[in-house]
Design a protein around this ligand. Structure first.
Ligand code: SF4
Length: 142
């Protein structure tokens, strides 16, 4: 997971640098913020707290609800009716993502190739991770 601080507004980039400079405090803040993020995003998007949010690029559809947790598009098993091959009662997350993306001004972002998921960040605040990048302790925990 990379964080392009230069692409963030100056105040947020400054905050991200501050968190990196004091990683222990950054981790504590992240742990404190994660439950609030969890609560709001679970209710709104069915978030699974992967810690590396790409809702913006998936038509505000959480790709972690895919039974195969595919983050780069659908597998080859999507049914003719657009449903999942693993859970036939469920619409494919990526069919939903593509349909919803059509309504967004940044619709082309669904085409972006995603970085591999860093599973160590699961459960942490994706918003703070976006600002600071991963702030892992010596045991690799967020
Ligand atoms: S992509 Fe990750 S952080 Fe974003 S809603 Fe899905 S599980 Fe939550």
């Amino acid at each position: 997971m990379t964080t392009a601080l230069e692409n963030l507004p100056p105040a947020i980039a400054w905050f991200g640098r501050l968190l990196r400079r004091y990683p222990r405090a950054g981790r504590q803040l992240n742990r404190a913020a994660a439950p609030f993020e969890n609560l709001t995003k679970v209710l709104m998007f069915g978030c699974n707290m992967c810690g590396q949010c790409i809702l913006h690029e998936t038509g505000m559809t959480c790709p972690m609800n895919c039974p195969k947790t595919l983050r780069d598009g659908p597998c080859g098993g999507v049914r003719m009716n657009g449903h999942c091959e693993v859970k036939p009662e469920m619409m494919c997350v990526w069919v939903k993502a593509e349909r919803r993306s059509r309504w967004l001004p940044w619709r082309e972002e669904i085409l972006r190739v995603q970085e591999p998921l860093d599973w160590r960040l699961k459960g942490s605040s994706a918003i703070l991770n976006m600002f600071s990048g991963p702030l892992l302790d010596e045991r690799g925990r967020p």
